[in-house]
Design a protein around this ligand. Structure first.
Ligand code: THU
Length: 139
């Protein structure tokens, strides 16, 4: 994936983080998911007073995309940090990695993590979820 594409994803993730509903943890996360078709779906974390229904930013982006009929993805950018603090390096939780595994090729899907449009690193899904279990295992 080109650097400019990753920067665009970082920009959208930073923008969507502002929409986070996180009154309990006060930890706000934004995500930007790029489809094979070139469309970008943004997402934010959405918490709940009952805690467990909380949805992470990454899954919000995936579920928005899938519900709109998109199933093939190139990569995702994720940014996070405490409400009134600087962004910090924020890696996806295990549940979100598993959701990525459902829809993405672990060898090629790119996960972009960082703190600004000029400070990020790219990983493959396989790097952050080695030995993952996915749809291929059920064939
Ligand atoms: N969170 C995300 O949205 N994505 C991550 O990758 C890590 C955690 C959210 C869930 C919860 O609303 C808050 O961050 C604190 O865990």
């Amino acid at each position: 994936m080109e650097k400019e594409t990753m920067q665009s994803l970082m920009r959208v993730a930073i923008e969507y983080r502002l929409r986070a509903y996180a009154p309990y943890s006060k930890f706000k996360v934004g995500a930007a998911l790029l489809t094979e078709e070139g469309q970008i779906f943004g997402g934010c974390n959405i918490e709940n007073a009952s805690y467990t229904p909380t949805n992470c930013a990454e899954r919000t982006a995936f579920f928005k995309a899938v519900s709109e009929g998109y199933f093939k993805f190139k990569g995702i950018a994720i940014v996070g940090g405490k409400e009134d603090a600087e962004l910090q390096f924020c890696a996806p939780c295990g549940v979100c990695r598993q959701v990525m595994m459902e829809f993405c090729d672990p060898e090629t899907f790119i996960v972009v993590l960082g703190t600004s449009v000029d400070d990020f690193k790219a990983y493959t899904l396989k790097e952050i979820l080695p030995l993952g279990f996915g749809p291929e295992d059920l064939k």
